[in-house]
Write a protein that binds this ligand. Sequence first.
Ligand SMILES: [Zn+2]
Length: 383
Amino acid sequence: MIKYCKKCVMPDTKPNLSFDGEGVCNACRNYENRKEIDWDQREKELQEVLRRYRSKDGSYWDCIIPVSGGKDSTYQVLKMLEHDMTPLCVTSTTCHLTEIGRKNIENLKNLGVDHISFSPNPVLRKKLNKIGLTQVGDISWPEHIGIFTIPIRVAVNYKVPLIIWGENSQNEYGGPAASVDNHILDRSWLEEFGGLLGLRVSDLEGFDGIIKKDLIPYYYPTDEDLKNVGVTGLFLGYFLPWDGYGNALISQANGFQTWGKTIEGSAVDYENLDNYQVGIHDYFKFLKFGFGRASDLVSMHVRRGRMTRKEALKIVKKHDGRFPTTYLDKPISEILEPLDITVEEFTKICDQFTNKKIFHRDENGNLLKDRFGNLTKVNYDNE
Ligand SMILES: [Zn+2]
């Protein structure tokens, strides 16, 4: 049986999430610990860091900001502009960019910044989507690697040492690298928490005709390259009281567009707008661990006192882990078509990655599904 945090709705099946003796998860405890933080002091620390990296004569960019065009990166850009920084923004394009995602990137550029968009070879990327999905149950595997490696490559190649990331996911979602003092993203953070799922980039050489050269954008720069430029990645969430919803509101006031209705499998309309494959990515999280994006979102709201745990549980039951028939209104067949996967094949892959212990099955042990293909968890909250 899945156990749930007593304060939020996160399950103990989530990798890296730990529970204390009172049954409270470390993401909730991290949030409570934030109350002790002197944010004025942190703001001073931020100003001091930025002062050190700001170009003295204004002849060069002051920092790199990895940007998707989403609510968090729009907020990061706004904050850096407020702090008189001249950023070079870098987008590692998503695997299947949406129309609204494209508009939000344009909006971000129009905040008044220089911008580089990098798209890894799409033919290879489709192969990697398929390998990620069938081998480790993560269609977004290449995208997650690219998000972390490509801005660092740009930092090395353009010789801009400071990289401004958003929140340390280990803080907001819980994990061993969550610590109020943990504010640096480096190679070891990436290798442990960057979502590689035990599949290393080097493992792909020789797979399906892939050669080393195909994988250039996915390899992290060498330690020597990083050291030569002095690359330092900072989490802005260490310096500012990070809140995704607050970031969305501020971004919206600066031209960022939301979906305008609840996104499939989610509980809100303001995030994960830039890639049609996100629905599939999140669905696999549900199949493996019994929680979806709605659980993450409402847990963040519960911690911030914006809804009760009881209300959150209702939302989770309604939205979490629905079979991704569509995402941002695009039918799944059209999302899978470029990868040469049929919906029938996809369903089989889903079943392979489903943790059978946490879903209802018939007397023969087969997964029970409704006519839309939805599974039901054996317990949603100690029921
Ligand atoms: Zn919790």
